[in-house]
Design a protein around this ligand. Structure first.
Ligand SMILES: Nc1ncnc2c1ncn2[C@@H]1O[C@H](COP(=O)(O)OP(=O)(O)O)[C@@H](O)[C@H]1O
Ligand SMILES: [Mg+2]
Length: 277
């Protein structure tokens, strides 16, 4: 579990994160959603320590990451896998070499062990046959899968993905979402995804944090979301007539299946209660 307690971050005199508290739950896909510029990437960078927070505390499974020295942080960092926006593969390396890279940097064990681990990961993301190809020779969806294989090669406990579906068609996006979700459950990873893809929200949103102008506006599951009265959240998620209709259908479906009743308590005061004009 990753806990954020009253995180603040500004650049110059511009306040970007205005005191965010949230929890990223273990073994789940946690989504950070919100419009462009709401602070999702900054928040993720704070979580992994690429950006220092100005105030507040970030804890990894109870350990205060914010208060750690570099050596202690290194131990946490080695348990973190990251899938960067645009995959960020090395163009001059083959698929296999790209996935090998973290093992060469941080891994222990023999060359044979490493090769075996790379083969396992490529197999897992269904890319065994592309091992010897270069990034320029494969599709966008395949590149993402290479990025995912590289992110999991060190068996991370925490996985961060910044906009994993950017630039992908809807069908490929769905496959990437499914893959991330499967891996999260299979290896009990605490996964954090930044996204503004509504399909992801509806398919993988076990735990969702909605950011609005540097603040957490709402938090809940994708079941809660269809019953939420938070106006900003509704405007963001159900932006079109088509989506508003889909929302009503989902409500009916959840009501009649009885699935929602047990999980009704989320919309507590202060969780989307104080709406900005
Ligand atoms: N290194 C930086 N220096 C100054 N401003 C930044 C920096 N990084 C992000 N910002 C600003 O912070 C705000 C939030 O950005 P970001 O977290 O990237 O939004 P999102 O990922 O939700 O689209 C934006 O206004 C952006 O311009
Ligand atoms: Mg971003």
């Amino acid at each position: 579990m990753i806990e954020l307690q009253d995180i603040k971050k500004g650049f110059g005199d511009k306040e970007i994160l205005k005191g965010v508290s949230a929890v990223m739950e273990s073994g789940k896909v946690n989504l950070i959603i919100g419009s462009s510029g709401s602070g999702k990437t900054v928040m993720m960078k704070c979580m992994v320590g690429l950006i220092e927070v100005d105030a507040g505390i970030i804890k990894y499974d109870g350990q205060n990451f914010s208060g750690m020295d570099n050596q202690q942080r290194k131990e946490i960092r080695q348990k973190i896998g990251m899938l960067f926006q645009g995959s960020a593969l090395f163009d001059s390396m083959t698929v296999e070499q790209n996935v090998m890279f973290p093992l060469d940097m941080f891994g222990t064990g023999s060359y044979r062990d490493k090769k075996k681990r790379v083969a396992e990961c490529l197999e897992r993301v269904n890319l065994k046959d592309a091992a010897k190809k270069f990034p320029a020779e494969i599709s966008g969806g395949m590149k993402k899968r290479v990025g995912i294989a590289r992110a999991i090669v060190l068996n991370p406990k925490y996985l961060f993905c910044d906009e994993p579906n950017s630039g992908l068609d809807p069908q490929t996006s769905l496959l990437i979402d499914q893959l991330i979700k499967e891996l999260t459950l299979e290896y009990n990873i605490t996964t954090v995804i930044n996204t503004h893809d509504m399909n992801t929200v509806m398919e993988s949103g076990d735990h969702i944090v909605y950011m609005y102008q540097g603040q957490k506006q709402w938090e809940g599951t994708n079941k809660d979301i269809v019953f939420s009265n938070d106006q900003l959240l509704n405007d963001f998620i159900f932006a079109s007539e088509f989506l508003r209709e889909a929302k009503e259908m989902r409500q009916t479906e959840l009501y009649s299946s009885g699935k929602w009743k047990e999980e009704t308590k989320r919309e507590a005061p202060g969780n989307g209660g104080e709406q900005k004009k």
